[in-house]
Write a protein that binds this ligand. Structure first.
Ligand SMILES: [Zn+2]
Length: 331
């Protein structure tokens, strides 16, 4: 009888002590892994990143993978195919890593950090902010999908010649992406123009912008000296002189002044540099018809979604839009 009581007491003791030991070990393990990650503190491999919040004008410290979730939920639609969301998760993670490398001492526009929460870098919203914008129902519907896309690609980034790439992306290419040097300063071997055939569902596939001839003349003459534009002569003074192979306007000539398509796009707020224009002398308006939305370099988000709906996996989509890249894991 006595040995039975001893036996029961022994079992009870084990039942109480064992979970405590397990929990303590678990905590130690997690703290160790966190400290290991922190000890490789060259910003790039840190578990946390500092980000400049353009609304509150303060610096926030966020878990890196949580930051990618907030970017994905802001940059992409929850309706998009999971493989397109995974492709964007890897692109956004790569883009952030690259910026952390390039702007180690802060970006000139926000010297406190390498990345901000605005589209200037890549748009990010916190969970609280997403709830405010979209409501609880939206969070219930989509948040798990964003988490899945980020968690299932955790730590994955794109490299070219073992270097982290500048993973640029945009909304809609309009049928073909663009060589990097047509839009930005340098020619990157992995940012080559490719055909993007599956993005006609994009609401921004085509666009129209109509402005009065007066406003157009004012905008142009305020920006550039020595241009003589009037309602009467305007039709003969504007000419598109050069297009890229993707049909984007490289150069437009206005009264003898050569202006890049990109300059005009920014000046007028056009959807893209793939445009045509027409002047209506009766209504005194000038209409720009655009194809695509964004700068056109790197991955087209709508193109990625189109490929995903055709059965392509996220890595196939990335390797299609970013020429010659490999996908590595940073953790
Ligand atoms: Zn920024």
């Amino acid at each position: 009888m006595k040995s039975l009581i001893m036996y029961i007491l022994f079992i009870l003791l084990i039942a109480i002590l064992l979970p405590t030991v397990i929990i303590q070990n678990y905590k130690v393990e997690n703290i160790n892994s966190l400290e290991n990650e922190r000890s490789v503190d060259d910003t790039i491999k840190s578990k946390y990143i500092k980000i400049y919040n353009i609304e509150t004008k303060t610096v926030e410290t966020i878990d890196f993978e949580d930051y990618i979730k907030g970017v994905l939920a802001t940059e992409m639609s929850g309706n998009f195919h999971i493989e397109a969301l995974k492709a964007q998760a890897v692109a956004s993670r790569t883009y952030a890593f690259h910026r952390l490398e390039v702007y180690k001492d802060g970006h000139p526009q926000h010297p406190e950090t390498a990345l901000c929460t605005g589209i200037h870098c890549q748009a990010y919203s916190s969970i609280k902010k997403l709830e405010e914008i979209h409501g609880e129902h939206w969070m219930e519907q989509y948040w798990d999908k964003f988490i899945e896309a980020v968690d299932s690609t955790k730590g994955q980034i794109m490299v070219y010649n073992e270097k982290v790439i500048d993973a640029m992306f945009h909304s809609t290419s309009g049928g073909m992406t663009e060589d990097s040097e047509m839009v930005f300063a340098s020619a990157k071997p992995y940012l080559r123009a490719v055909v993007s055939p599956y993005e006609k569902e994009s609401p921004k596939f085509t666009g129209t912008m109509c402005i009065s001839v007066n406003d157009f003349i004012n905008t142009i003459t305020n920006e550039y000296d020595g241009i003589n534009l009037t309602k009467k002569n305007i039709a003969s003074k504007i000419k598109i002189v050069e297009r890229s192979k993707s049909n984007r306007v490289k150069t437009i000539n206005i009264d003898g002044k050569a202006i890049t398509g990109r300059e005009l796009r920014i000046l007028l707020g056009l959807n893209s540099t793939n445009f045509d224009f027409s002047i209506d002398g009766k209504s005194n308006t000038i209409t720009f018809d655009t194809i695509g939305y964004g700068h056109g370099v790197g991955m087209s988000q709508w193109g990625a979604n189109g490929m995903a709906s055709k059965g392509y996996k996220y890595d196939e989509i990335l390797k299609y839009f970013y020429t010659g890249v490999k996908i590595n894991s940073m953790y």
